[in-house]
Design a protein around this ligand. Structure first.
Ligand code: 6GU
Length: 245
């Protein structure tokens, strides 16, 4: 899968996506990341990319021209790679004024060949270029950040781990944690006793059926106490609903 990130801070994006599991997936050819500096596309002789908002008010607005030209260059690149454009790439604008990103969206977006992320700064981007290029408006939660880079990185990470080959088989199991709508059960490793606290004995019993049963119960109880809002949608048996809710 190809990630194209349109940003005024390409180094920030490259740094993160060349590290750890995503960095390895890039090195191994499962992912391709290109951070495009919007400033490289400005027609302004002083390399300016923003201007005052019409109608007045605080802050600056990113102008349409450099954003559009940066996006067009990405379009050209995708088209060259595919030997003609197969379909317009999904172009995601990161903004708190949008539906909130979810595991379901990550799974869906991971099916795409290419994704374009548009990161805004200042008070936003000229609406006219957004209308022209954006297919998806996405927020990562109900709080305000200084720019779209961190949200784009959050999304890229969550999407990348759903792409075949990015996680090892051993890592892939933990993908299920939010899929039955339940939180993950608690984990323990050596030593058997730490700081006066023992590992739950069932985990040392060697009885895999009992371990599975205990983990399922812990998932349900943890979801009930930490994220009761998830329970309505969770996949529980009638028996589990009676016992735990
Ligand atoms: Cl996607 N962008 C910005 N700038 N702030 C946010 C956000 C996105 N999601 C939550 N806060």
């Amino acid at each position: 899968m190809y990630f194209y990130i349109l940003t005024l801070f390409p180094e920030m994006v490259r740094q993160v996506l060349s590290t750890s599991i995503i960095g390895r997936a890039v090195q191994n050819g499962y992912l391709h990341v290109k951070a495009v500096n919007i400033r490289d596309y400005t027609a302004d002789k002083h390399k300016k990319v923003d201007d005052y908002p019409y109608g007045g008010g605080a802050g600056m607005v990113m102008q349409a021209q450099p954003v559009y030209d940066a996006w067009r260059s990405v379009l050209g690149e995708i088209s060259n790679r595919q030997g003609g454009m197969r379909s317009r790439p999904r172009t995601i604008y990161l903004t708190p004024q949008a539906p909130v990103f979810s595991q379901g969206m990550a799974k869906e977006l991971a099916q795409e060949d290419s994704l374009v992320f548009l990161c805004g700064h200042y008070e936003g981007i000229d609406e006219r270029v957004l209308e022209e290029i954006v297919t998806d408006y996405v927020s990562i939660g109900d709080y305000v950040l200084t720019g779209g880079e961190l949200p784009a990185l959050v999304m890229a990470d969550a999407i990348a781990r759903m792409v075949p080959g990015v996680l090892s088989n051993a890592q892939s199991g933990s993908t299920e944690s939010l899929e039955g709508g339940l939180l993950e059960y608690p984990q323990y490793s050596r030593p058997e006793e730490w700081n006066g606290k023992k590992v739950p004995p069932i985990l040392l019993s060697g009885n895999h059926a009992k371990v599975d049963e205990w983990r399922r119960e812990q998932s349900i109880l943890r979801t009930k106490s930490r994220r009761p809002d998830l329970l309505a949608q969770a996949e529980l048996t009638d028996r589990e609903r009676e016992t735990y809710l």
